[in-house]
Design a protein around this ligand. Sequence first.
Ligand SMILES: Cc1cc2nc3c(=O)[nH]c(=O)nc-3n(C[C@H](O)[C@H](O)[C@H](O)COP(=O)(O)O)c2cc1C
Length: 270
Amino acid sequence: MRMKLHIFIAVSALTAGLIAYVLISFFTTQISSNSYTIVVGDEVLLPLPSKITKLTVEEAILLRKSIREWRREPITIVQLSMLLWASQGLVEDAGFGWYRRSAPSAGATYPLEVYVVVGNRSVKVDGEFLKAGVYKYDYMRHSIKLVKEGDVRVDLWRASLRQDWVRDAPVTIVLCAVYERTTGRYGERGIRYVHMELGHVGQNIYLVATALDLGTVAIGAFYDEEVAKIISSARNERPLYLFPVGVPEEPHKTTFEELGKLYERLRGSS
Ligand SMILES: Cc1cc2nc3c(=O)[nH]c(=O)nc-3n(C[C@H](O)[C@H](O)[C@H](O)COP(=O)(O)O)c2cc1C
């Protein structure tokens, strides 16, 4: 009897150990790998940022253009991951609890918060689609958390003066500012610092979208309160800038040779 009990305990311990090992190795390999997406409840751990484009920065600057017509195609979770990382992702542990981010910030006060509106069948994840809804970006975990379920693109289109490119884009990134983080240190002058920072982030989104063969357009014309309601942002998070992103209907093409000819023509005529 005692022998049987010992065998039972040993087998149970072994099984439990085996299950724990399989679970731990499953999650750690997925988390440490670049290309995996892990959905845990309402949180989506995004594929880790990596070098995935071939364009040089000068080519991205040359090819950047505001795009307002999209193919009816989804973007991928890897592309969304890179866009969010470019907007506010981490680039370095600078020590003393300070993590530097992808864009400069006055006094490292980091006033910006990033939301993303995802439409139905709009973001491809491993052969399926990300649940439609409004997500908030967590820059420390490089994840997005669902704050509101459902496709709200038509609401966003109405709130942005019916600009069709907002309704038709698979995703729209919404940049919000918590002014107090910066004005708390710099007073009134902090307001202009927040807007400067917003411009840095906007250009990052434009350039990374271009390098990923996607298109975007900066949207400043919208009703602030309505957008805040649609994305369920906190009272002190003021929506300032929208960036609908999609696959361009017409990819913009040009070369430095063409640009050279333009300058030659302008120099010749002056
Ligand atoms: C602050 C700001 C607000 C803008 N708001 C809108 C907008 O509401 N709707 C829109 O279609 N484009 C908007 N744009 C995009 C501009 O129209 C566009 O950048 C400009 O025509 C130059 O074209 P390009 O970006 O292709 O070089 C905005 C741009 C900026 C910088």
